[in-house]
Ligand binder design. Sequence first.
Ligand code: HEC
Length: 132
Amino acid sequence: MKAILSGMAVLALAMTVSGAAYADGDAAKGEKIFKKCQACHTVEKDGPNRVGPNLYGIFERGVAAEAGYNYSAAMKKKAAEGLKWNDDTLLAYLEKPQAYVPGTNMTFPGLKKEQDRKDLIAYLEKATGHEK
Ligand code: HEC
């Protein structure tokens, strides 16, 4: 029993260190919140671009990196400045996209509740292939 418990502690630690899904993010709730994004975004591998780019691989591929999608100058500028998408930058961007990337074409006003954003990011980690 003791060995199992310490094994779990190591696993929990490893998850924290690798920056995997927010421990307090609920992916099932996040999937429902994603309905707000679905009109403009798909998440599956090789999914089509809509008004916004397909989001598969968003945690690995970098900002403004979906081939065949015409990003705004504002988003390309952020990419050139070295912005990467991860839990922290998505948490900030999704609160107020136009404040985080001034001039972005993403007209979505943002999600005020931090917990909603954490749930959504936990879902995105799974749905975009970041966390198997
Ligand atoms: C009304 C359409 C629309 C909605 C709704 C919308 N987006 Fe977007 N999104 C866009 C557009 C357009 C862009 C490209 C922005 C640019 O080039 O400035 C974008 C860009 C993004 C990016 C950056 C993509 C990249 O390749 O760098 C992320 C991440 C993102 N959206 C996530 C979301 C999430 C999560 C939601 C739901 C909370 C959402 N969006 C809702 C239109 C939308």
